[in-house]
Design a protein around this ligand. Structure first.
Ligand code: G3P
Ligand code: CA
Length: 262
């Protein structure tokens, strides 16, 4: 279903950041320009996307390290050149109405969306891509984030996140002005006080799977002067519950709260 119009209704709460997970991926094929465009239209604060590296070293936007689930291609992303990846269809498997959507380059997303919506960049499967942090750092520097932020009146149009704590630590040193988050897998809970304190030395956000969040954990993170976002909300009532707990942001496939066609 291609959405052409929708109703905007009140947000979960003022001041809470709403992040469109893989774009507005509840409504359009994840990690495509169609999903990112909807995230803007739905007035999300950020779009979230996932990044891998092509065989010829391009930062490309898709979730899996393999092509089968979301495209008409097959095999590993890292074994395909950008020319090969750019020829694939990344929309038809979600809905034939979206056939023709492509895998975007990260640079293309920055070109189109920086300044219009925040961009939360997740580095995926970093073990497969030695040096991907430096590639990202060079792109962001080259992109002149500061100038674009000023132009758009945004404090920071870009954030970075990863499950890989070493990547986040490295990026904290390499790009100290870019806010970053560590993603915490449910298997890693409960986090010990010393782990939390260590994460707080290099991460601005500690982003937790929503089911493990409770008031104490949120309080502990806030006591370290760090923020917490919940991932990934796909149920309206759960979203409401998590918002009430006092998180700083939610990462959701459905950035329009109360959208009647959901
Ligand atoms: O932003 C949190 C979320 O994106 C992490 O999980 O697998 O959807 O990238 P995943
Ligand atoms: Ca992600």
């Amino acid at each position: 279903l291609v959405l052409t119009s929708f109703m905007l209704s009140p947000r979960l709460s003022d001041g809470m950041t709403v992040i469109a997970h893989r774009g507005a991926s509840g409504y359009a094929p994840e990690n495509t320009m169609a999903a990112f465009e909807l995230a803007v239209e739905m007035k999300a604060d950020y779009l979230e996307l996932d990044v891998h590296l092509s065989k010829d070293g391009e930062l490309v936007v898709l979730h899996d390290e393999t092509l089968e689930r979301t495209t008409d291609g097959a095999g590993m992303v890292k074994e395909r050149t950008w020319a090969e990846l750019s020829a694939l269809d990344a929309g038809g498997k979600f809905d034939p109405a979206y056939a023709g959507e492509r895998i975007p380059l990260l640079r293309e997303v920055l070109d189109r969306y920086a300044g219009r919506i925040g961009i939360l960049i997740e580095l995926k499967k970093t073990a497969l891509y030695p040096g991907i942090e430096e590639k990202l750092a060079e792109l962001i520097e080259d992109y002149d984030v500061a100038a674009r932020a000023l132009q758009a009146g945004q404090a920071s149009p870009i954030m970075i996140q990863s499950f890989d704590r070493e990547s986040v630590r490295l990026l904290a040193k390499r790009l100290p002005d870019i806010p970053r988050a560590v993603l915490i897998h449910p298997d890693e809970h409960p986090l010990s006080p010393s782990t939390l304190a260590d994460l707080a030395t290099y991460a601005d956000y500690i982003n937790c799977y929503f089911e493990v969040l409770d008031r104490k954990l949120i309080r502990d993170i806030h006591a370290l002067d760090r923020k917490v976002m919940a991932w990934t909300l796909r149920d309206e009532r759960e979203m409401e519950r998590i918002a009430r707990l006092g998180v700083d942001g939610i990462i959701t496939d459905y950035p329009v709260w109360g959208y009647e066609g959901k």
